[in-house]
Design a protein around this ligand. Structure first.
Ligand SMILES: O=C(CO)[C@@H](O)[C@H](O)COP(=O)(O)O
Ligand SMILES: [Fe+2]
Length: 226
């Protein structure tokens, strides 16, 4: 059984057909939903009203990635509308422990994300409060960017800290994940892979998902079975 999880990002989907685009990734482990406010990042997507309706039609759970300021105020709303996992940025949360506890108390998995230049060390004591740690492998804001190899040492240190802790924390990577890069991220210790352009840019979305899953699982030395 592989613990590799593939989360296609609907940021690269056709926004005029989001319901169908979610149906096209039913073999994925979750849909990655990027929420941007044009303040924390220079881009704007959707808010809770749109995400709530999309969740109602989605065949897969929602992994929400909040690239917004004032995360303390808005993140709980995404748990309330039924998103299974809610990830806020460490740089945007005033009280990350309180926020993570609030998300968990609402039944969601609590995730915390780090920009490429944000070190992981100041946050290691928070691992028991989290279900997921997201190491951004591009600067947040846009799909289709090149994977930043400079983030790999941080990913390795995060993986080592998670292995050394009693906390069960998934290690997610997001940005530039493709068949050319996923093995590097898997070898460094990631187990949840966000992929936008490499899944939605492919004609066969299910094939792209299985291709990524197989490569990541092989890189982890686990074989491709789920
Ligand atoms: O959070 C983000 C971008 O800020 C991502 O989730 C992107 O949507 C990933 O897209 P690709 O790099 O895989 O094309
Ligand atoms: Fe994302």
């Amino acid at each position: 059984m592989s613990h590799v999880r593939i989360h296609p990002s609907i940021l690269s989907a056709d926004f005029a057909r989001l319901g169908e685009e979610l149906a096209a990734i039913e073999t994925a482990d979750a849909a990655h939903v990027d929420v941007m406010d044009n303040h924390f990042v220079p881009n704007l997507t959707w808010g809770p009203a749109v995400v709530e309706r999309l969740r109602e039609v989605s065949p897969v759970p929602f992994d929400v990635h909040l690239m917004i300021e004032d995360a303390d105020r808005w993140a709980p709303r995404y748990a309330e509308i039924g998103c299974e996992s809610v990830t806020f940025h460490a740089e945007a949360a005033t009280a990350p422990i309180k926020l993570a506890r609030e998300l968990r108390s609402q039944g969601a998995r609590a995730g915390m994300a780090l920009r490429p230049a944000t070190p992981v060390e100041p946050y290691l004591d928070l691992l028991p409060e989290l279900d997921l740690l997201l190491v951004m492998t591009v600067e947040p804001g846009f799909g289709g960017q090149a994977f930043l190899d400079v983030t790999l040492p941080k990913l390795r240190r995060a993986a080592e800290a998670i292995r050394g802790s009693s906390a069960r924390v998934a290690l997610q990577v997001d940005g530039g994940i493709s068949e050319a890069t996923i093995e590097r991220a898997a070898e460094a210790g990631a187990d949840v892979f966000v992929a936008g352009s490499s899944v939605y840019g492919a004609a066969d979305r299910a094939g792209a998902i299985e291709g990524l899953r197989g490569r990541a699982a092989a890189a982890c030395g686990l074989g491709a079975t789920r």
